[in-house]
Write a new protein. Sequence first.
Lengths: 947, 243
Amino acid sequence: MSFLSPPDRVDLSVPSADEVKTTTCYMCACRCGIKVHLKDGQLRYIEGNRDHPVNKGVLCAKGSAGIMQHNSPARLRKPLLRTGERGSGEFREIEWDDALSIATGWLNDIRRTDPRKLAFFTGRDQSQALTGWWASAFGTPNYAAHGGFCSVNMAAAGLYSIGGSFWEFGEPDWDHARYFLMLGVAEDHASNPIKIGLGKLKSRGAKFVSVNPVRTGYSAIADEWIGVRPGTDGMLVLAIVHELLKADRVDADYLVRYTNAPWLVVRAPGTAGDGLFARDEKGRPLCWNKRTNALGDALSAEVSPALAGSYRLADGREAVPSFQLLAERYLDPAYAPEKAAEITGVSAETIRRIAAELAEVAFSETVTLDVPWTDWAGRRHATMVGRPVAMHAMRGISAHANGFHTCRAIHMLQMLLGTIDVPGGFRFKPPYPRPAPPAVRPAGKPGQTAPGQPMKGPPLGFTTGPEDLLVEADGTPCRIDKAFSWEAPIAAHGLMHLVIRNAWAGDPYPIDTLFMYMANMSWNSAMNVPETLAMLTDKDASGSYKIPHIIYSDAYASEMVSYADLVFPDTTYLERWDCVSLLDRPISDADGPADAIRQPVVKPDRDVRAFQDVVLDLGVRLGLPGMVNGDGSAKYPGGYADYLVRHERAPGIGPLAGWRGADGESQGMGAPNPDQLKRYIANGCFWHHELPADQRYFKHANKSYLAFAKSVGFLGSTDPIILQLYVEPMQKFRLAAQGHGPIQPPDRLRARTERFFDPLPIWYPPFEHEDAAAYPLSALTQRPMAMYHSWGSQNAWLRQIHGANRIYIGRRLAERDGIADDDWIWIESRIGRVKAQVKVMEGVNGETIWTWNAIGKRSGAWGLAKDAPESKRGFLLNHLIGDVLADGSPNADPVTGQAAWYDLRVRISKADGVPQSEPRFAALPRPPGAPEPARLLRHGARFRGRV
Amino acid sequence: MTDLPKAPGAKKLGLVIDLDICVGCHACAVNCKQWNDGGHSAPLTDLDPYGKDIDGVWFNRVHSFEAGDHECGRTVHFPRSCLHCETPDCVTVCPTGASYKRAEDGIVLVNPDTCIGCKLCSWACPYGAREFDEVDGVMKKCTLCIDRIYNETLEEVDRVPACVSTCPVSARHFGDLGDPDSAVSKLVEARGGIDLMPELGYRPVNKYLPPRTPKRQAAAALKPSEEVAAKGILAWLDRALSR
């Protein structure tokens, strides 16, 4: 007997939604536009918004799993007050009014006596325009987000060099690049834009080279994978620079027009002016003008500057163009490919070939766009001509103790090839470029903080010399994290990773309350987790916690919740008003500025409040300036949504740039528009201004773009932005270390400041690499694409992709040590050991082992069963990474303070015993009120009546 | 046992998957899960979703493989779903007619009302494309998003499988592989698209585009500048440059 196809019973046109609402994804930091399909009030489907500038309709695995994030059983339900010992996870539920009263009590006492005793640090938050402003109004300099352990090296190196940076302030020209060099990028930063770009680039036949110790994800589709030794990329880049200089394959025209290559640098060793730019009486830098054979104004369009030679200044001192210092340094045989090969493990032949390929594409395959444009000096150009070499770099460069200089080296290479904001190169995303560095100084010096007073200025900014540091007269840091002190003079993002240790030690002073948001500082965002837990729970002789109060806000039962005294439950990203602001971390693309909002697409079914609403509420209760009216009433009674529309940071400038002005027709600047949020919603919850074609390249020197940028408040003037090959502020710190000026480093930091504050990029071995005999291997973590930046890898769908992490080992290393797939091994660093299960692979540097980060969970956390694979077999390398070095100094980049967690060195050995990961920590209880997690999930059944 | 269509139409809807640019991000797998969880075969049940033995129904899974040694090797990400074969055993082994191939477009479907959960089809499929729902007791599988591609309540541009519309690198293409002039057929032609395990004779409709040969630029070695070699930094002294 046989059957024929039955009659077709498929219902082909079932509507997917009663209603589709737009908003902005928050499953990672990419911030894509999404369309949320709602059926019977339930989340049916989330897709990318085709009109959105970030993702153009696509959506990644995380964004596609938003339904499970929203419905996670790990969601907190009500404010919690600790009842047991800190870390026990014992709480009772309390009402919001009680929770806010308790917090107000603590914070009022602090503000009345010493506002610095509040340390306010946010993790993966993107409301820093709000939280930084709130900290200033409270009066504490002790504020930052998570940039100090994320990528401050990229931001700082970029902003001091070119006035922009990789990722958020710039992007490769995916449409025109012919050669793409990617360094230290695993699966992240940014998520969808890089994937969209790589698809375009490869389909067009451009060559893609990935420099990364591990071949996963993006590197897997590279035409060439260069498995460099971790922490040595800087030397690789400097050797390429050496080759290019030797072959005279640098773009001298570009350097003269757009960089400080011709600016004269004073050569007067031993004096206070050595290494600084020679300037005229108005402070304008000088060059040697070959047209007049005299000193000239380096900023003038009329000069013909020299790139080499030695010249006499009016005061008799000698000065040379900064390019001469650069070329002298990197032409030295110390930077030859053979030297770099010893350090990087990449053959001299490969380094030479890459240099040749870069030069070939840059100089022989120029891209010409038939777009006339006018430069800063008013000169008309018929076309836009570019050198189509694009570069991108991220965490693998950043999270090393030499990351600032390595990132500077990459930007130097881009400048030498003339590939910054040209067709085919690296493109700025407005509001960048900004002056290098931006003219914002951190506040918090002695005298800038006082009881009951706001701080006049933002807590974070860009120091340009010792006079900008936040230090007492004796050199003691003013901030709890020691940012902007001699420990980390250019700590542009603050140093969240040092807060817990310093607060515990009372160094430089004790604090009262640590207030954190979305920062898992007792687990996967901590360095040296076991010791961090000890510090969070340590008590003084009187039995009081050394960190007296900890307030924490999170949407989920993360590991950090158990270490708080008071917990504010946050909403999920689909339940809130929110803002992705140009004042903060923009979502612009190179074709124009953009910002976005989140709107609540579903109502919370729990007693939770958006963190931003809570912060404003606390501001009202504390009577903070800007948050209350004269009579003490709330200035923004409608909460964060009200603030988004009506708050003005400067006249006409608010959190949102679109549809400003009474009629909603202004952009960038304009009076608050009461209908602004409606206009955003009508446009898909984002605003994007498309730049006209003549403004899309050479933004740093493009008259039309500069005029636009000034008109909308991005820039203070229409002056061109000069790219900084030679970074003078570095030399100012160095001079102080050499004994010049009134503000000098303490003696113990003198030599180190002199060494690392080099105005030109240098390479030095990461500090943790010193004991190569005892710890011969590098150990790295990467975020898997399906979980990169995702706040909650507990997601029921995503954890089916990555439910437990392995330690990946190169085949040759495994064979040498007799290790095979599925074996368990000990991974030991100088501070501890971790037991993990092995997976052998080919595509990894031979002296490196690695794993996926933040898969490992503490038993009982995140709403998972106590025996979930995340805690049984998953693990963190964080337990092995010291927050301080063996000598007690921070395990960090000495320039920016960036946590150097990619510098981890280990040795491995086979492990016996129970096949489970170690160390093991006591299981955390479920918070009160949290539901028993479901044993069966059939979310979609309801939509087909099959519940 | 179940017959294949006696008079199959010319139309052969399917996917073309570009292994040269797939970065293995799992977007297709999760978006598929999301759409189909509430779609034609709803739900895509997950057992023990927050526990030790999590196990769910997925129509599309991504596997990663390495080939070759160290630097010379490569990593390939390989998304796997039903290939909607022209002559599949998964249909012909079905004892109830529940597993069938549509004559009009070639899509292979399962009728849940007549599926008895015997799993013969999953044994017959060499590609591992079938997924058994323990709770419903029926076999489920990729429907090529049949409730999207003909769905008149969706905008026309959205009438493609969820995996195709969401793929960030544009590695997934949907179309009529029975029409030699379709965009997908031309892509297969241009890129030498291949059948998965053709030796088995099931004639998959879906095609995979193999990784391209990596580009190795044959750039001439950089020639040291004679001028720089002779004069060092002063080589740049005589350049006439203007701002």
